[in-house]
Design a protein around this ligand. Sequence first.
Ligand code: NAD
Length: 502
Amino acid sequence: MPDATHPQTAIHHLIGGTTVESTSGRTSPVFNPATGEQTATLHLATVDEVDAAIENAKAAAADWRHVSIARRTKLMYAFRNLVEANAGELAKKLSAEHGKVESDALGEVARGIENIEFACGIADQLKGSYNESAATGVDVYSVRQPLGVVAGITPFNFPVMVPLWMIPNAVATGNAFILKPSEKDPSAPMFLAELFHEAGFPPGVLNVVNGDKVSVDRLLEHPDVKAASFVGSTPIAKYIYETGSANGKRVQALGGAKNHMIVMPDADIDLAADAAVSAAYGSAGERCMAISVAVAVGDVADPLVDAIRARMEKLTIGAGDDPASEMGPLITREARDRVAGYVGAGADAGATVVVDGRDASFDNDGFFLGVSLIDHVTTDMSVYTDEIFGPVLCVVRVDSYDEGVQLIADNPWGNGAAIFTRDGGTARRFQDEADAGMVGINVPIPVPVGYHSFGGWKDSLFGDTTMYGPEGVRFYTRGKVLTSRWPDPSESQVDLGFPKNS
Ligand code: NAD
């Protein structure tokens, strides 16, 4: 079992319920971002290894789809309980390779469990529908059937939760699933897959292939993979959508984000500042639902910036396994340097760097960066136009609500948007007018629960189905409509014992 606490642990694939060693000779280092040390080596799959995983999954899917809903549900409950019982261990592994603080990692596991719980109720989702007597003696009914083998390609920032956005619904609906996790933090998803097998699911119903573009491209072109779910950055999401679709697959590809939070002049400043700080800097800003832009309307700007700055000074940054830490390091040295570069670019472009995260010093080699607050940002600056994906909050000052809503509409991304106001009428207008897939009213990270579905608009989603919840079930199944005709037995030529109609 891969263990992030042992340096140079080799991580391979999990196919047919057992570890399969890669022969590619190609590897990718896995780091502990809090120390900067390499803790494991990930072995990247060859095309043949991906093919072997697909073939194994195809054989498993043929049987799995006929396993009763009752049995599938029982196994899903067992999986749910094992994940809950091992939540602490999962969170530790996750934090050791991602860097997020363990309390946040535990929150991620909890959100993942919600998706397993939704799949425990799959019987209700698969009920189908029935019309009696559509014509005389004719009934019409609809059922949903699994696709076969489906694949998921996931990002580094939620190595447990995002696979759980996909696996429970895909498997509960009767498919076999192949997971290609991020190469940056693979140990937690590998452990998750082990728990899945421990729950009693048949081998091959979930295979994990570790790899890079070679594996992803093979999954996208192989004819036996019927659908691909992707979560990651916008350029790759677009590529996955176009390549998968061109190969005749169903694709749902969730991309990047630049989430705005409008703060109205009547907002509760303390509530808004608390929300901005936790949503911008939690998990070092490496969340697709992080707030990147606070849009300050009118004279709320000065008190809002002051309140955010005051809270930033109290933030404790440190290793994820230190209970005192509120924010951990970034995922890689390169990510840290890239984000720091944006702060410099903001200053060079004429924005006011209120708090400069580059000034923070850390006495170790971890990939740490302090938190930054940049005021007077304009829409032509790279800190505004690009997804920074780090602990940087920009403040854009506008004169009116309309200007704020227009900023959101003009932004290419549309994952989430929030408003802070005490006025119900303004909130109601915003929920109607916000050009984003997930909207928060006095809630900065409006992530839907497991029984609604998750996904943005515009460049945050390629494909027409969002992830998990009811839309997830729809994505992993295809509809079949049956029409049956059974003449009344009294009209039968054979004597079935019914009185003949006269
Ligand atoms: P990424 O796009 O770099 O990688 C995601 C996955 O794609 C990984 O498994 C990776 O191995 C694979 N990949 C990378 N380059 C590839 C290529 N050229 N061809 C084929 N596959 C490739 O994303 P990341 O850095 O791991 O994650 C951060 C990004 O994910 C951010 O942009 C963030 O906003 C986004 N994200 C979005 C959501 C959402 O719900 N919309 C959720 C989480 C993260």
